[in-house]
Design a protein. Structure first.
Length: 485
């Protein structure tokens, strides 16, 4: 069973039409959704998103909770609409230590919010929402959009990149870098995890492509690219606002115990202001709890916890219960499923491994359990029972007591071959291994003419001073960098 088919079973909830109608109304509604547990929250958010087509911000308790919620929405078929909005820092701003991977993901989210005409779901947590973001107007001023066919000089591109703190290098391998080689400009924007290559013919952008930073081989063609600097840099000029101010006003906010969420945001604000290790003038970069409350007062807010931030205008009661803990007791599992089945419940078994489904079918046969369930080809973080709709959702990882790992889009660079970062650290005389020619000495970068165009190549020296030129586009041929020299 695919995600869309699975979600249709939840469209018939008695409260759904009224909730959806309130979410479509002008901003300001305060709604309490009581009795929702486990991944029933993710399912409800997915159904409401599809019914309302309104952007949402999911305010999770912490980073891990946000990651699992993001993973649930991904598995429910909403990957193209769901964005993860992390803190810029490894832990939190009061401890310092910016995390480049988080900055790229954060910047991409802001960029997509302003560029997309379709609704989206942003999943975040207190440490991330506590940080201010650059205003939409200043983001527009600080980024550069380039399309194929644009008349724009390379010198202008270089001037823009220098002004906004990009580093010029021989070969890009990290966000915030650019390289110029003849009519080609490589740029690693902070709004993407893959750099792109602009090929000019005079002052006209002839083509643009993404390319692999390890092999330097171009891949997907692009018609338009947006160059975005590090918007989290506190030296960048521009107004800083809270995320609710940045996002359009029709956005719906959903979270658990939102009073506690705001309390955590306020603690981050106070701890950072008092910390000796905090950033310069933290009040310019942080949102206080009081400010966040003022921002959310104007928005539609749904709370499915008990520690409410606002007095709800309307409350809806759901009847959910958690998946029981079976401790691998399959007789207990079989009896539990039989009881629900005899009471008219539909049984769903969620697993992303077909063999686990088959394994459970064999187990039920062996213990003579008369269980009829619908297999679902993905899983969620937590199983649940919806007593209103008479639906039971069992997850195989909870049944077998396995750790369920969430999946987030990774922005970390993984390299199996010699990377450009490693290449920049090489010195003439260092030993490297070519996949076809064996061990040789690195002799630096040289320019060579290929098909009438000047290109860079790596010069390797072998016995009897024989030389081998390895085109930068064949960098993947050099593997197993030797650290001795």
């Amino acid at each position: 069973m695919k995600p869309e088919e699975f979600l249709k079973y939840f469209y018939g909830h008695k409260h759904l039409p009224e909730i959806a109608g309130m979410l479509k109304a002008p901003p300001g509604e305060k709604i309490h959704l009581k009795g929702i547990v486990g991944s029933a929250k993710s399912v409800l958010a997915a159904v409401l998103f599809k019914k309302t087509l309104r952007s949402m911000v999911i305010m999770a308790d912490d980073r891990e909770g946000a990651a699992y919620f993001y993973d649930d929405l991904d598995n429910l078929g909403l990957k193209d609409f769901t964005l993860f909005f992390p803190s810029s820092f490894k832990r939190s701003i009061q401890y310092g230590r910016p995390e480049q991977e988080n900055i790229v993901q954060r910047t991409e989210t802001l960029n997509r919010i302003t560029e997309s005409n379709s609704p989206s779901i942003i999943v975040t947590y207190p440490e991330a929402l506590a940080e201010r973001v650059i205003s939409p107007a200043d983001l527009e001023k600080n980024r550069l959009k380039v399309s194929v066919g644009d008349k724009i000089s390379i010198s202008f591109i270089i001037e823009f990149l220098n002004e906004f703190g990009f580093d010029r290098v021989d070969f890009v391998y990290s966000p915030g870098q650019f390289a110029v080689r003849g009519s080609i400009v490589d740029i690693f924007s902070y709004s993407t995890d893959i750099p792109f290559r602009l090929d000019f013919f005079g002052d006209v952008v002839e083509s643009m492509r993404k390319f692999d930073i390890d092999t330097q081989i171009s891949s997907e063609s692009l018609e338009i690219v947006t160059i975005v600097p590090n918007t989290q840099n506190d030296k960048m000029e521009g107004e800083r606002v809270s995320l609710p101010v940045f996002i359009p006003g029709q956005t719906i906010y959903l979270g658990n115990d939102l009073n506690r969420f705001v309390y955590e945001v306020n603690n981050i604000f106070k701890d950072t202001v008092l910390s000796e290790e905090s950033v310069t003038d933290p009040t310019e970069m942080l949102v206080s709890g009081d400010e966040l409350i003022r921002n959310l007062e104007k928005c539609t807010v749904c709370d499915w916890g008990s520690d409410l931030l606002f007095e709800p205008g309307t409350a809806f009661k759901f009847s959910n219960s958690r998946q029981p803990v079976f401790h691998r007791n399959f007789d207990f599992l079989g009896k539990n499923m039989e009881e629900y089945q005899n009471s008219g419940y539909k049984l769903f078994l969620l697993s992303n491994q077909q063999k686990q489904i088959e394994r459970l079918q064999v187990i039920f046969h062996d213990i003579k359990a008369e269980v009829q369930f619908k297999p679902v080809s993905f899983t969620l973080n937590e199983g649940f029972v919806d007593n209103d709709l008479k639906i039971c959702c069992y997850t195989d990882h909870q049944i077998f007591e396995r750790y369920h790992r969430y999946k987030l889009q990774s922005y970390k660079v993984r390299r199996e071959a010699v990377s450009l970062a490693d290449l920049n650290k090489l010195h003439p005389g260092d030993y490297v291994v070519h996949i076809d020619h064996g061990i040789g000495k690195f002799a630096g970068l040289v320019h060579t003419e290929i098909n009438g165009k000047m290109q860079e190549a790596i010069r390797l020296v072998y016995k009897n001073n024989d030389s081998l030129l390895v085109n930068i586009h064949s960098l993947h041929r050099i593997t197993n960098l030797l650290l001795t020299s």
